[in-house]
Design a binder for this molecule. Sequence first.
Ligand code: SAM
Length: 394
Amino acid sequence: MRTLRDLKPEDLRLRFTPAVVEVFKDVYGEKWVEALMALMTPARRFFLRVNTLKASVEDVLKSLDSRGLRFRQHRLIEEAIYMEVERAGHLPIPEKTVMVDRWAAETVLQGANLYVPGIIRYPKDLEAGDTVGVVDPYGLLVGVGVSMVSAEQLKRLKKGLAVKITHSWFKLPSTADLPERAQGLVYPQSLPSIVTVRVLDPQPGETIVDMCAAPGGKLTHIAMLTKGRGTVYGFDKSSRKVGRMRELLRLMGIRNVRVGRMDSRYIDLEMPGLEADRVLIDPPCSALGVRPKLGSELGEDELDNFPRYQRQFLKPASKILKKGGVLVFSVCTITRREIEGILEYAVENLPFEPAEHPVFIGSEGLGRMGRYVQRFHPHIHDTPGFGIVLLRKI
Ligand code: SAM
């Protein structure tokens, strides 16, 4: 069994495919180890966005504070509040361990309880009430807790709580348990996601389209910044997710947003008369900036497919935008192909020019058009890895 302190750079080559390691070397040079090590832990700050349509930042801070949750307002983005994530110096090392898949390990690492479907292996003599260590497939201890089930029960169970976690390396607040979340007063979002909508800079009265909108984090932020005036459209290709977005809009008290199921790669054909002031494309991506990430199986082909798919949103976006209209493209990853590659493709093939970001708190991107790209680096900004591109239709 190993702890977070024992992790060595060699471990990274086991956990991440050669294709992913190459991506990190391409972007970070000799700092690739530092960047990947940072990716394996959650960011130090946990962010929420306050829904100022329903409550003031001060009232939300007071309400959280009354329950001992010490959030602070970001110094530049007023609707962004954060708290420092608790970190453990060490974990007790129990005799019995349960092995879990990578996804379960990533949630336990952050303090979440372990559920039955995540378990890969358990000791034959496991009893309910035993103290157990939870390890990932490479033997990394991610948390310690009390087993709720015995080995006998695990043979039959398909779901349910398996281990109640008492110790973990990190302790993030459970957003599902926050009353402010249930009341629609806050939405959990990373800092770069919040910055993305600030770069889009929605204004009251405008027509704005979010082409890949679910689950609705950026969409509800856009609506908030339009102060309920103007028309905002949010489309997603999953009807299940669109249904959930409708619930979120109701919860957050938002009325000027229309959502619908659509393959937005054909939005210009589906809505031929649409003339937008601003468009957001926040498409599926390789997610190599999402933290904590304890490994990745992505190969060269998959890394190629993401930018190929993402490029298909650009032309329809150019068709629905007014002349002078603004397009923001954002991804929670770090690959050059999905950030600078997209900017270059748009400028070279479509009626777009790159534009300066109205809010810039990350770092410049790579290459000759880097100043039109805002990147967030896990080991430098201590955020998820993220890229934002701003284009203007000419
Ligand atoms: N913008 C969202 C937010 O901030 O909450 C996150 C968007 S998520 C990264 C990407 C979304 O794109 C997924 O919900 C997925 O269903 C949707 N999607 C994928 N392909 C699509 C397509 N062709 N048209 C519309 N939506 C698509």
